[in-house]
Design a protein around this ligand. Structure first.
Ligand code: FES
Length: 119
């Protein structure tokens, strides 16, 4: 059974932007589309590790700020002809509050230290 951790309210995530959840296993980028869908990916581009959270969201893709690769938000897969994948993590919104699967942070919920920060 999935354990969920409250990370922030939906309104804290800018539309077509992202916030970062700092976890012990690395940063996770939480994206919000224009249609208020949310997605969570490792904040590391599969190309050379660029911070995807600082990219521009268009539709269900984010453009990496370093070299412009496009990454599918619902799968983490780079759009062809580029190849690679950023790990995707379960996320949900309930009553305007965002929850990230505890497994994304690789720690028990009570041990996780979460900070939701802008970029
Ligand atoms: S590091 Fe993302 S496109 Fe190069």
């Amino acid at each position: 059974m999935t354990k969920w951790l409250k990370i922030c309210v939906l309104e804290d995530i800018p539309r077509q932007g992202a916030r970062v959840v700092h976890g012990p296993a690395g940063d996770i980028a939480v994206f919000r589309t224009l249609d208020d869908e949310v997605f969570a990916l490792d904040d590391r581009c599969p190309h050379k590790g660029g911070p995807l959270s600082q990219g521009i969201v268009a539709g269900k893709r984010v453009a990496c700020p370093l070299h412009g690769w496009h990454i599918e938000l619902d799968s983490g897969v780079a759009v062809a002809p580029d190849e690679g994948c950023a790990a995707r993590h379960p996320i949900k919104i309930e009553a305007g509050v965002g929850y990230l699967a505890a497994s994304a942070l690789a720690l028990a919920p009570q041990a996780a230290k979460i900070a939701c920060a802008g970029h």
